[in-house]
Design a protein. Structure first.
Length: 288
């Protein structure tokens, strides 16, 4: 049954393996990330240092301009929200919309014409951007609430016992809670992008129908998003203990971890978008 989370994930994997063209927008996202990484890598070298050097010195200090701290800067800035959020809003949203249109064409057994796909996605670009902003805002809202919980935990003065364990769990569990927050936010707004590009709804109508029509699917979609998102746990674990791999690896290899994280995240995104779109198309066909 297509509504089973595991069946949805298997179907998504089958689609990605049988129709590699679905991965094309996500490969473009990967190239954008690679371009950003290259800019950061050469930001401490002439001529980019003439423009980015003052910014680096102001926010990261003079040491970040030199070896080996420049590689630490590379890791920190590449993964930072102030950099990745604009990229997601301006580029990823558009390419996710294109991926949904490709999946629809594959489902209809039509020839995928990328020029037509991107032209159609471009027509919905403004609404895709606003939908992405809604998603980022929802994640920020949940993160802010957890931040309040962390502030409360920091007021716990116990150094042993249950309260100390609760404090440590809340503080050090943040990277994993952040993953859970992303899964929850993705689930709550899962059908906005398909509604915008496939039904040509404006963003506010898409937001309304996202809940009005598909609230019953939240459990299934959350299971899909959570199961696929769990593939990122090893990366979180490595980042949590980054001092370990930084101690045994030369600085030039530190960037391998965020690069591997990006590749894994792109695969997760492709899997989630394909599974969600497959469910959406199934529901649309069932209702006709």
């Amino acid at each position: 049954m297509i509504k089973n989370p595991l069946t949805l994930l298997r179907s998504a994997l089958g689609t990605l393996s049988l129709h590699p063209v679905v991965m094309f927008p996500f490969i473009l996202i990967g190239f954008i990330q690679l371009f950003i990484l290259e800019i950061l890598f050469f930001s401490v070298r002439y001529p980019l240092s003439e423009f980015l050097g003052p910014l680096i010195r102001r926010f990261a200090g003079e040491g970040a301009m030199h070896y080996p701290l420049n590689f630490m800067l590379l890791q920190n800035w590449f993964s930072s929200g102030w950099l990745q959020i604009p990229v997601f809003v301006l580029f990823n949203s558009f390419l996710i919309g294109a991926a949904i249109l490709i999946i629809d064409a594959v489902n209809e057994q039509k020839k995928v014409r990328l020029s037509q796909i991107f032209t159609r996605a471009l027509g919905a670009y403004v609404h895709l951007i606003i939908a992405a902003i809604f998603l980022v805002g929802l994640i920020y809202g949940f993160s802010h609430l957890y931040g309040l919980l962390i502030k409360r935990a920091l007021q716990i003065r116990s150094t042993t016992g249950h309260f100390f364990l609760i404090k440590q769990s809340i503080i050090h569990g943040w990277p994993y809670i952040k993953l859970l927050i992303n899964c929850l936010a993705t689930t709550l707004l899962a059908f906005m992008f398909p509604l915008i590009v496939l039904e040509r709804k404006n963003v506010f109508a898409a937001l309304f129908f996202n809940f009005a029509r598909y609230a019953k699917a939240l459990g299934t979609i959350f299971a899909v998003v959570f199961l696929s998102g769990s593939l990122y746990l090893p990366v979180i674990l490595l980042k949590t203990y980054r001092q370990w791999y930084e101690a045994i690896m030369i600085p030039e290899l530190w960037v391998v971890i965020p690069c591997a994280g990006t590749v894994i995240m792109l695969f997760i995104d492709a899997l989630q978008v394909t599974a969600i779109t497959t469910y959406y198309l199934y529901e649309r066909e069932s209702s006709q």
